[in-house]
Design a protein around this ligand. Structure first.
Ligand SMILES: Nc1ncnc2c1ncn2[C@@H]1O[C@H](COP(=O)(O)OP(=O)(O)OP(=O)(O)O)[C@@H](O)[C@H]1O
Ligand SMILES: [Mg+2]
Length: 390
C-alpha cells in the first residue's frame, strides 16, 4: 500500500513567508503528490488556510479520483464549516479525536476500516445553533435549532461540469450543448441536465424541449419505477425531466443508473436567491460562468465581485472559468483590464451557428477535466507487468 502522511505542522506555517506564500506552498505540495499513484493521502487540515486547502484538494480529486483521502481534524466538532467544505468535495474519512494524542490510534483504525461513506460523514453537517430569533426553543427555554448544511451524494466516477450565467439569457444552455457535444465527440458518455426548479409542480418544461429540428431523438426510460424523458442528440443524452424534480438530490440517483462519464449541469442564472447553485459550482470538477460583457449587461456580473454587497455570497471566482459569450474584441479587452484581479482565466466564446461548430475555446475550457489530464485508475507499470506475466 502506498501512503503519505503529513502530520507535523511545519514551522513555515507560522512564519511571515507563509502568510505571503502559503497558498502557493500547500497547492504545490498537494499537486506534486498527485504525480504519485497513492492508495491513501493523509492530510492535516490545520497545515494550511482552509481556502488554499480546499482549492488544492479539489484539484487533487480531479487529478486522482481513486486515491482515498483521509483528513486529520483533531478537536473539530460537528457543524465545523471547514470540515463541511471537505465533505462537500466528497471526502468522507475524517479523523477527529478530541486531542492530538488520539490522532494516531484513530487514524490506524480508519485506515484499516473500509472507506467512510457519505452517511457516516453526514454527522459533520449538523450545525447546532442558538439564535434568539429562532422559534423552536430547546431545553430550559433556550432558543436552539439545528441547521443542516446541504451536501449531496453523487455517483462515483461521474465528472460534473457546472455551467451558470451572470443574468438570464447569457448563453448558458447554448454553451452546455457545445460542451456536451465536444465531450461526446471524443467518445465520452455524456448527459446534460438542468438544475431542478424546486418545490413547484412536476412537469416543468425543459429548455431543451425543442431540439427535434436539430435531429434529437426522444425516448422514455424507466428509472426507480418512473418514466423518464430523455433526448439523444449528436452522441449525448439530455435528461429532459430534471427541471421538474424537487431538488438536485433526486437527479443524481436517476443519472447513476446509466454509467456516464460526464454530467453537464445547466444551472441557469446565478443570483442572491440561489446560494445552493453557487455551492454546486464550487463542488463541481469544473465550473463555467457565462458572462455578457456588453456594457448594458455588465451590472449582472458586478455583484459577484462586490464584497460589500452582502445580498450575494461572493464566490471564489478565480476557480471558475469565465466564458465571455459573444463579446467583441473591445469588450474582451475592457473586461480583462477591469476585472483581471477578481477572475481566473477568461475564454471568449464566438458566435456558433450550431453546436457542431466548435471554437478552440470550448476545448480550452474543458482542458482540466479531459481524460488526458485526469490520471486513470491504472497502476504504474501495469502494462509492463502484463507483458511479463505472458
Ligand atoms: N455563442 C453563441 N452563438 C450563437 N448563438 C448563441 C450563442 N450564445 C447564445 N446564443 C443564442 O442566444 C439565445 C439565448 O441563449 P441561451 O438560451 O443559451 O441562454 P441561457 O443563458 O441559457 O438563457 P436562460 O436564462 O433563458 O436559460 C439562444 O437562442 C442561443 O441559441
Ligand atoms: Mg438556459
Amino acid at each position: 500500500m502506498n501512503g503519505c502522511i503529513v502530520h507535523k505542522k511545519h514551522e513555515f506555517y507560522d512564519s511571515f513567508q507563509f502568510q505571503e506564500y502559503g497558498e502557493v506552498d500547500v497547492r504545490n505540495a498537494i499537486i506534486s503528490a498527485s504525480r504519485i499513484n497513492l492508495d491513501i493521502l493523509v492530510i492535516d487540515l490545520d497545515t494550511a488556510p482552509v481556502t488554499a486547502m480546499l482549492s488544492a484538494l479539489h484539484t487533487y480529486r480531479v487529478q486522482r479520483p481513486n486515491t482515498r483521502i483521509i483528513i486529520l481534524a483533531p478537536g473539530r466538532q460537528p457543524g465545523d464549516t471547514e470540515v463541511a467544505g471537505i465533505i462537500a468535495l466528497g471526502i468522507y474519512d475524517i479523523v477527529a479525536p478530541e486531542d492530538d494524542e488520539g490522532v494516531i490510534p484513530e487514524l490506524t483504525q480508519v485506515i484499516n476500516n473500509q472507506p467512510a461513506t457519505y452517511t457516516q460523514a453526514a454527522r459533520w453537517l449538523q450545525l447546532e445553533r442558538s439564535d434568539k430569533d429562532y422559534s423552536n426553543k430547546g431545553a430550559g427555554g433556550q432558543p436552539k435549532s439545528r441547521t443542516e448544511i446541504l451536501v449531496q451524494q453523487r455517483p462515483l466516477g461521474l465528472t460534473t461540469i457546472a455551467v451558470a450565467g451572470a443574468g438570464p439569457g447569457v448563453g448558458v444552455s447554448h454553451l452546455c450543448l457545445s460542451v456536451a457535444y465536444h465531450l461526446a465527440k471524443n467518445n465520452n458518455r455524456v448527459v446534460l441536465a438542468e438544475w431542478p426548479i424546486g418545490e413547484k409542480k412536476a412537469g416543468v418544461e425543459s429548455q431543451y424541449g425543442c431540439l427535434s429540428p436539430l435531429g434529437a431523438k426522444h425516448e422514455l426510460q424507466k428509472a426507480h419505477g418512473i418514466n423518464i424523458k430523455m433526448a439523444h442528440l449528436n452522441g449525448f443524452d439530455i435528461f429532459l425531466d430534471a427541471r421538474s424534480f424537487r431538488s438536485i438530490e433526486y437527479v443524481f440517483p436517476v443519472i447513476a443508473q446509466n454509467s456516464y462519464d460526464y454530467l453537464v449541469l445547466d444551472l441557469g442564472e446565478l443570483g442572491p436567491e440561489s446560494p445552493e447553485k453557487i455551492a454546486e459550482m464550487d463542488r463541481a470538477a469544473l465550473a463555467v460562468f457565462a458572462v455578457n460583457a456588453a456594457p448594458y449587461r455588465i451590472e449582472r456580473f458586478l455583484p459577484f465581485i462586490d464584497e460589500q454587497d452582502l445580498s450575494v455570497y461572493v464566490p471564489n471566482l478565480t476557480r471558475w472559468k469565465i466564458a465571455l459569450n459573444l463579446a467583441n474584441d473591445k469588450e474582451i479587452k475592457w473586461f480583462l483590464d477591469t476585472f483581471s484581479k477578481y477572475v481566473g482565466k477568461v475564454y471568449p466564446i464566438p458566435y456558433m451557428a450550431n453546436i457542431i461548430e466548435q471554437p478552440d475555446s470550448i476545448k480550452d475550457i474543458l482542458q482540466p477535466v479531459l481524460p488526458t489530464n485526469v490520471v486513470a485508475s491504472k497502476k504504474p507499470f501495469s502494462w509492463l507487468k502484463a507483458i511479463l506475466k505472458k
